[in-house]
Design a protein around this ligand. Structure first.
Ligand SMILES: Nc1ncnc2c1ncn2[C@@H]1O[C@H](COP(=O)(O)OP(=O)(O)O)[C@@H](O)[C@H]1O
Ligand SMILES: [Mg+2]
Length: 405
């Protein structure tokens, strides 16, 4: 079954696309799901759409007309991205899974009251003729869960055979962790910011509204301000028990500015060095909390050497830090491949969430289906979850969708 997964996270930097061919291999100890990554890449957002996405994410209130407009424009871009990767690989796909852009993840007292993603799937179904699964978080929320982190399903299958306590950590705008300890149910939650506050400072320093601390150069020019770090670490979210999730509703520019208010005149390079260490410390603390000896990282933050150096130091000698690429899954493709996996599971009548991770009362399928050109015909449900996931890639994965759409 060929599935295209689409993801755009809280950084709103680009649309990630993964084209995956799933097959099941029967083994003596259960089914192995093989995820053959045919292609992956990212489609940068045109500057006007990127700017409007950030307005939706970062401003307290925006006109409803902007929400409706971005919903359609992201739907159109998503449709083009899917058609582009299918054409480049000369294949058809059986299902598209589109996460869309989370514009609200509403929390009160640690309970998720609602979660809203935009990126109208009708455009994808109409353009490509493929059925589309979208709104993949809401069902888990309806079952009492956080609707996040969804990566826990992929992580628990990918590291099903881990013989040591392993943390899968994704460093997007927000950082999330899945802890897999032999003999214990998996645990997963958002640890706090990964790049969210780093991006805020990078934008202030460079004056570029979509700038990043490319290769950690800005943090490399600053020194950590300990009292500021302590103030930031006092944020109660870090001490809240799991399951828990967060977003830019909490970790935005205003969060940083509250801590900066009592310290005027700090060198912005020192501030970016401080928030870089904040990410490293808060991620490492959660690895230590669970006695992890191996941390497997993915996401855009892995491209920031300043952050990776801080993280290695914060983890200490007792924890091996490695990129998720060592499992065969390229780190930049993880979240789009995750979407494809959630689609495969839901299509086959299987749960797409891990209730112990999201805090839901039960594991549920994900999302809702928009029919493609043909009526929806679902296959016979599978009786069991696969026991593990194996990722295979083509010898030279092409990045055919990058930038040419
Ligand atoms: N070369 C790089 N140097 C430093 N930071 C980078 C680099 N590439 C990506 N990033 C960081 O990664 C972020 C995007 O990560 P990503 O995993 O796509 O997050 P999300 O899932 O939130 O979209 C960017 O906003 C930036 O902070
Ligand atoms: Mg991204």
């Amino acid at each position: 079954m060929i599935v295209t997964g689409l993801m755009t996270g809280t950084s709103a930097d680009a649309l990630d696309v993964a084209l995956v061919d799933f097959s099941v291999i029967r083994g003596e100890d259960g089914d192995e799901l093989v995820m053959d990554l045919l292609d992956h890449g990212e489609v940068p957002f045109p500057s006007d759409l990127g700017r409007d996405l950030l307005r939706l994410l970062e401003l307290g209130s925006v006109p409803l007309s902007l929400v409706a407009d971005v919903d359609s424009r992201l739907g159109v871009l998503s449709a083009d991205a899917v058609q582009g990767i299918l054409d480049a690989n000369r294949v058809d796909c059986d299902l598209v899974v589109s996460h869309g852009q989370t514009v609200q993840h509403l929390l009160s007292d640690g309970v998720v009251r609602g979660t809203l993603q935009v990126g109208q799937p009708a455009w994808i179904a109409e353009r490509t003729g493929c059925p589309v699964l979208s709104d993949v978080r809401a069902r888990d929320v309806a079952a009492g869960g956080q609707g996040a982190p969804l990566a826990s399903m992929l992580d628990s299958l990918l590291f099903a055979d881990a013989s040591e306590a392993t943390a899968a950590v994704n460093l997007g705008g927000i950082a999330n962790i899945t802890v897999l300890s032999p003999g214990s149910p998996p645990v997963a939650y958002d640890t706090g910011p990964a790049n969210a506050l780093i991006d805020v400072m990078a934008r202030r320093i460079t004056g570029d509204p979509r700038g990043i601390d490319r290769d950690g150069a800005l943090a490399g020019r600053g020194r950590v301000v300990e009292p500021l770090l302590e103030d930031l670490l006092a944020e109660p979210y870090y001490r809240q028990p799991a399951p828990k999730s967060t977003g830019k509703e909490l970790f935005h520019a205003g969060h940083l500015d509250r801590a900066l208010a009592s310290r005027p005149g700090l060198d912005p390079h020192d501030v970016i060095a401080t928030v870089t260490r904040l990410t490293a410390l808060t991620v490492a603390a959660e690895c230590h909390r669970h006695g992890v000896t191996r941390a497997v990282v993915s996401g855009g933050g892995t491209h920031n050497p300043a952050l990776m150096t801080e993280l290695r130091r914060a983890l200490g000698d007792g924890v091996v830090l490695e990129p998720i690429d060592s499992t065969g899954l390229p780190g930049d493709a993880k979240e789009a491949a995750l979407m494809a996996l959630l689609g495969w599971l839901t299509w086959h009548g299987l749960p797409a969430t891990v209730a112990s991770c999201t805090g839901a009362s039960r594991a549920t399928p994900a999302g809702r289906l928009t029919p493609g050109r043909r009526p929806l015909i679902l296959p016979e449900p599978r009786p069991h979850l696969p026991h593990r996931l194996r990722v295979t890639t083509r010898p030279e994965p092409s990045t055919s969708v990058e930038g040419d759409l």
